[in-house]
Structures are given as C-alpha cells and as structure tokens.
Design a protein around this ligand. Sequence first.
Ligand code: MG
Length: 268
Amino acid sequence: MINYKVHNHSLSGAVKDFGQLLAERPPFLFLDRDGTLVPIADNPKEAILSSSTSNVLRQLSSRLSKRIAIVSARSLNMLAAECDPREFILAGNYGLEMSFPSGQVYIHPEAQKVHSLLSEVRIELDQLADYDTRLFVDDHQYSFCLHFHKVATAERHIIHSQMHELEQKYPSLVFRALPTSYEIVPSIKWNKASALQAILGKLSLSADDFLCMAFGDSLADEPMFQWVNRHHGLSFRVGECQSTEANSLLNAPSDVVDFLESLLLLPL
Ligand SMILES: [Mg+2]
C-alpha cells in the first residue's frame, strides 16, 4: 500500500491503481536531493544521505535497470561521493553537469565557458565570508550559494548591496536572491526540466515510453513537475507549499523514502 495525497483531483482516478500504471509503462525516477531525500539542515554539510535511504535507492536502481536520476543543485562531485555513478544517473548543478552509469559525462558548454569567471567570483565570496564569519559559501563548482541565514534581518541590506555590486561586475552570471541565500549561477536558460529532457536525450529514450516520476520540495523542482506531467507521469511535491504543479503531495523526506520502499514491493 502506497500512501500519498493526490493534489490534482483530475488524476485521482488514474493513480488509484498504481500497480496498473506500472504494468503499462516501466518507471523512470527523478529525485531532488535536499529536502526530498534528505531533510534540510542549517549547514548543507550536515544534510547527510542516510545509509538506509542509500540502501533503498541502490535496490531501486537495480530493479529499474538504473533508470533513476538524482537531480540536484549540488555539484556532480558531491553527488558522486554518496551515490555510486555506476548505479545512478547523477545530475549536478541542476543538470549542467551530468554522469551516466555507462561512464558518459556531460557538461553544458556554456557552463564550461564561464568556469574561470566563476572561480573569480568564488574568491570575492570567500573574502566576504572571511570578513563576516556568519556568511557561508557553498561551492558547487559551476554555481555557488552564499548563505546568510545567521545574519540578523536588519543587517541583511549590506549583503544585498554587496551582491548587487557583484551582479554589476559579472553580467554573464545570475545572482538569484533566495530567502536566506544567494545562488550564483551561469546565465544559461536552463532548469530541471531541461535536465530531464537532456537525460532522456543522452540515453536516446522517449519519455512517453516510461512512467516518469519526479520528486522535489522547492520552487526549483516545479519545472521538473511540469515536464513530467506533460509526459503523463507522476509528480510529487514534498513538504508544505502554497501552490504547486505537482499532482501528488508527500509530507516529508521520510515519506519519500517510505514511498520508494513501497515501490520495491511491486512488480517493477
Ligand atoms: Mg530540494
């Protein structure tokens, strides 16, 4: 028995008979990492993939002939350190860098072009973090995240103006303001839907031949939900949210893992 809430009632009839759906098309899973497989932590270094979750993922990968992709904002290196690249499709930096179990590696050419520019920005961000130790830089190689959640709200205007200055200096990079962090990414028209499209393309597969299932917890996952819905798949938004394109809801990462474990009980 798989427990989840159906968000979009138009799909409720279809997803009732989950076993039937799986019999029609083999599943292809796309999973965000932070907030989806692993609870969010104050310091991203403390958000560790548990051995039990890792075990469920490995079993699923084997059952699904490796049709399971981790699609994350984290770098490919970080993902590869915890998920064996021979068993999983790994899409780091929203898929700007990807590896496949076959050994094939893809790096978006535009991301490669701005790599040296990103290194320059990294030095500037480090200087800011050295000056104010409440700041923390997360290095994802092709993108960075400057976390400022430890800075009091009244003082955050200083960070905003510093980021504005950097934005003027580096017009080929995007400085995306998030509630308690800035994401600095190459200015490339790209999102997680682009990543999913590229994954299927690199594998020379058609999405409509599979029951594509996407799991994610944030705004960055919404394009992935839309893409999966367009291909008549299932999309799962994890945690509290105001609105979502996902057709199903799960409460927390622990529910995602329970759900994945339940899949193992079905004939895949
Ligand atoms: Mg997430």
